[in-house]
Design a protein around this ligand. Structure first.
Ligand SMILES: *Cc1c(COP(=O)(O)O)cnc(C)c1O
Length: 368
């Protein structure tokens, strides 16, 4: 019998498909957990920074109390880093929380949200969760087609999501194009610029998107501590926007949405330049390791600006699922992206050199 509860738009939601946990793969395939390589969720292969571990150890004693509901110290650190007032910052339980809060704060049922085909799955979830209509704009070369997205905005559009770099495709849009888009967007439409992978960009690709927030009152920039900062398990992210937007976000968010350990760890990680540098270096080397191997194997891939690569492992619609299963049997977890409409592709997170090598060896066997 079909589910009779809840609104129709909730029943229509396809739940998020996360990367398989190591323990689950070990159980399912009878493997030793220690031998499993997980390159499925764009996590940091170096794990948690030591500086964050120390900060958390010191914060444990206070766990009997509620966290600082306003995240005073973390906001102060972010305010200093990005040169914006503290009341321009919203903290989130991961940046996923930021995306959800934005949908709830800025959009109501019957209105529309614009995002790109092959962009981050949470945009669809956040849109559907408020009963809004999704306007999904066809991708251009697996990335955002900003001209088409600007043209797709209609009277009832209240929000546009842009992922830059994009997940799962790894595409990147330069500063000039983004700013031209911001100039075209009508004033009543809010743009959430999701920069979850910003820290992996080469210095010459980086631009101070926080500066745009000063110029565009309808812009919100979203960042996370889950990827480059190695704190995915803690769930902490943030958004920068002018106070009119931040004020609405603050009304919708849970009062204690970022826990005490996460706040302490994030402050430490933010100031840990060595950790970020080590991660960026490893990522650049691992990217070369991947693309050289893909070239040798004659596999098509989308040039990536993040800490992952989307690679085409076959021509038929079962290719991604088939190769994924062959990899799982060898203890390698990657991400199939059939749910993104990319059934011939797999998304592989860049790991440590040894993990990348294990994956590449397993891939050769899986394709043979
Ligand atoms: C991983 C990711 C996020 C969310 O990560 P959180 O862990 O919730 O901070 C947001 N946007 C994109 C594009 C991502 O890939």
């Amino acid at each position: 019998m079909p589910n009779q509860y809840g609104p129709e738009y909730v029943r229509a939601i396809a739940p998020y498909q996360a990367g398989k946990p190591i323990a689950e793969v070990a159980r399912e395939f009878g493997l030793d957990e220690a031998s499993i390589v997980k390159l499925a969720s764009n996590e940091n292969p170096f794990g948690v920074p030591e500086s964050s571990k120390q900060a958390m150890a010191a914060a444990v004693a206070d766990l009997g109390r509620y966290p600082d509901a306003n995240g005073f110290e973390l906001k102060a650190a972010l305010s200093k880093r990005y040169d914006v007032p503290a009341d321009w910052i919203t903290l989130g339980n991961g940046s996923n929380d930021i995306l959800e809060i934005a949908a709830h704060a800025f959009v109501q049922g019957g209105q529309s949200v614009v995002y790109s085909q092959y962009s981050f799955a949470v945009y669809a979830l956040a849109t559907q969760g408020v009963g809004a209509r999704a306007i999904v704009v066809p991708a251009k070369a697996y990335g955002h087609d900003l001209d088409a997205m600007a043209a797709a905005i209609c009277d009832d559009t209240r929000l546009v999501f842009i992922a830059n770099p994009n997940n799962p495709t790894g595409t990147f849009i330069g500063a000039g194009e983004i700013e031209a888009f911001l100039q075209r967007v009508p004033a009543h439409v809010i743009v959430v610029l999701d920069e979850a992978y910003n820290e992996f960009l080469a210095p010459e690709q980086q631009f101070e998107s926080a500066d745009w927030v000063r110029k565009y009152p309808n812009l919100m920039v979203s960042r996370t501590f889950s990827k480059a900062y190695g704190l995915a398990g803690l769930r902490v992210g943030f958004a920068i926007a002018q106070p009119a937007l931040t004020d609405l976000m603050n009304r919708i968010r849970q009062p204690f949405n970022v826990n005490s350990l996460a706040q302490a760890a994030a402050i430490a990680a933010l100031n840990d330049k060595d950790f970020l540098e080590q991660g960026a270096k490893n990522n650049a080397a691992g990217y070369q390791q991947f693309v050289e191997a893909f070239d040798q194997l004659g596999l098509e891939y989308v040039p990536s600006y993040g800490n992952f690569v989307l690679v085409r492992v076959g021509d038929d619609d079962q290719a991604g699922a088939r190769v994924n299963l062959a990899l799982l049997r060898q203890g390698v977890i990657v991400r199939p992206v059939g749910n993104y409409g990319l059934p011939q592709w797999l998304r592989i997170s860049i790991g440590l050199p040894q993990e990348n090598a294990i994956f590449l060896a397993a891939l050769k066997k899986a394709l043979a």
